[in-house]
Ligand binder design. Structure first.
Ligand code: RIB
Ligand code: CA
Length: 306
C-alpha cells in the first residue's frame, strides 16, 4: 500500500487518474493539491473537491500557485478539456472548501509527517513542487519518491514540436524539480502516447461503473473529439492515469537513468533534455511500457467504483 498525494489540474485525464487512485486497493490517497494548466487554479480546486466528493472521499485539497514561477500566466487548455475542465459536463460547486494552507506548505508538512513513506505524483505544471523545494531544503529527502507526468525524451512534444504541456507551462519550475536530487520517475509522452483508450473502452467503463465511470465516459467524449481534431482517431492517451499507475506498478515501465534539464527559452522552451553527466542527479525516464497491461489495470480498477 502506498501513501499518495496527487498534484493536479483537473482536467479530464486528471479526473481519470484521481478516480483510479480512489479505486486502487494498493493506494492510500492522502489528499490533492491543485495547479493551473488545463484550467485556472481556482477551477482546479473546485474540480478536485468535486471529484473527491463524487468518489465519497473526505480528504484535504490544498490550493496551489496561480501562475508560473517566472513566465507570465498561460490561458487554460480549454480546447482540450473544456471551459470548466470536464468537457461538456457543466460546472458544479462542491460542498466542501480547500484547506487554509497553500499547496507547497501542505506538501512540506505531509512529507515531514510521513517521512520516507509519501509518494508525490504531480500531473500538472510543477510550480507547487518547485515552491516546496525552495521553501524546505529537506522536502525531497522526506519523500519516498516522486512520479511526474510530464516531459518527453525521444517522442517530441504535444503543445509545441519540442515540449510536453505540463513542462511547457512552467519550465523554470520543472528545471528546479529535475535538479533537486529527488528519487524521480518521469512518465512522459515516450510512454503515454502508447497507452490509448477508445470510445468503446469508455463505454465499457461506463457500463461497469455507471456513476463514476459514467462521468468519465461523458468527459471522454470531448477529449476524444479533441484528439480527432489533431488527426488521432485511435483513442486518447491515458497521460495522468499512467503516472498514478507507475506509482504502484513501476514494473510495467522500462526506464533509462539520465540527468535531465529543461530548456527555459526560445523555440525549445519546455523541452526535457539530457543534461551533462554528473551535473545533477539522475531521473528514471520511462522509455517503454507494457501498454495493454496498464490499460487493463486502469479499466479493471475503475470497474470497482459505483
Ligand atoms: O501532456 C499531458 C498533460 O497535460 C496531462 O497532465 C494533461 O492533463 C495536461 O495537463
Ligand atoms: Ca494533468
Amino acid at each position: 500500500m502506498i501513501k499518495l498525494i496527487i498534484d493536479t489540474d483537473p482536467g479530464i485525464d486528471d479526473a481519470m487518474a484521481i478516480f483510479y487512485a480512489a479505486a486502487a486497493p494498493d493506494i492510500e490517497l492522502l489528499g490533492l493539491t491543485t495547479i493551473f494548466g488545463n484550467v485556472t487554479t481556482p477551477i482546479a480546486t473546485r474540480n478536485a473537491l468535486r471529484l473527491l466528493e463524487k468518489a465519497g472521499l473526505e480528504l484535504p485539497v490544498a490550493e496551489g500557485a496561480h501562475g508560473p514561477l517566472s513566465l507570465p500566466p498561460f490561458a487554460p487548455s480549454s480546447q482540450v478539456h473544456g471551459e470548466e475542465g470536464f468537457g461538456d459536463i457543466p460546472a458544479e460547486d462542491p460542498k466542501g472548501v480547500s484547506v487554509p494552507e497553500d499547496a507547497a506548505d501542505f506538501l512540506i508538512r505531509m512529507a515531514r509527517e510521513h517521512r520516507g513513506e509519501l509518494v508525490l505524483c504531480p500531473i500538472g505544471p510543477l510550480t507547487n513542487i518547485a515552491l516546496a523545494i525552495q521553501r524546505d531544503p529537506e522536502f525531497v529527502n522526506n519523500l519516498k519518491r516522486m512520479v511526474i507526468m510530464g516531459g518527453s525524451l525521444d517522442e517530441g512534444g504535444n503543445i509545441t514540436p519540442h515540449a510536453e504541456a505540463n513542462i511547457y507551462h512552467d519550465p523554470h519550475a520543472a528545471d528546479v524539480v529535475f535538479a533537486a536530487g529527488a528519487k524521480l520517475l518521469m512518465v512522459g509522452l515516450d510512454v503515454t502516447h502508447r497507452i490509448l483508450c477508445t470510445k468503446a473502452d469508455f463505454a465499457s467503463i461506463g457500463a461497469q461503473s455507471p456513476e463514476l465511470g459514467g462521468m468519465l465516459q461523458s468527459m471522454s467524449e470531448f477529449y476524444l473529439r479533441f484528439y480527432e481534431t489533431v488527426g488521432k482517431f485511435d483513442g486518447c492517451s491515458l497521460h495522468d492515469p499512467a503516472a498514478v499507475i507507475a506509482c504502484s506498478h513501476p514494473e510495467l515501465f522500462e526506464v533509462k537513468k539520465l540527468p535531465i534539464r529543461v530548456s527555459c527559452a526560445g523555440e525549445t522552451s519546455g523541452a526535457t533534455l539530457e543534461a551533462l553527466k554528473g551535473s545533477r542527479g539522475e531521473t528514471s525516464v520511462c522509455l517503454a511500457v507494457k501498454a495493454e497491461a496498464v490499460k487493463a489495470l486502469f479499466m479493471a480498477r475503475l470497474a470497482l467504483l459505483p
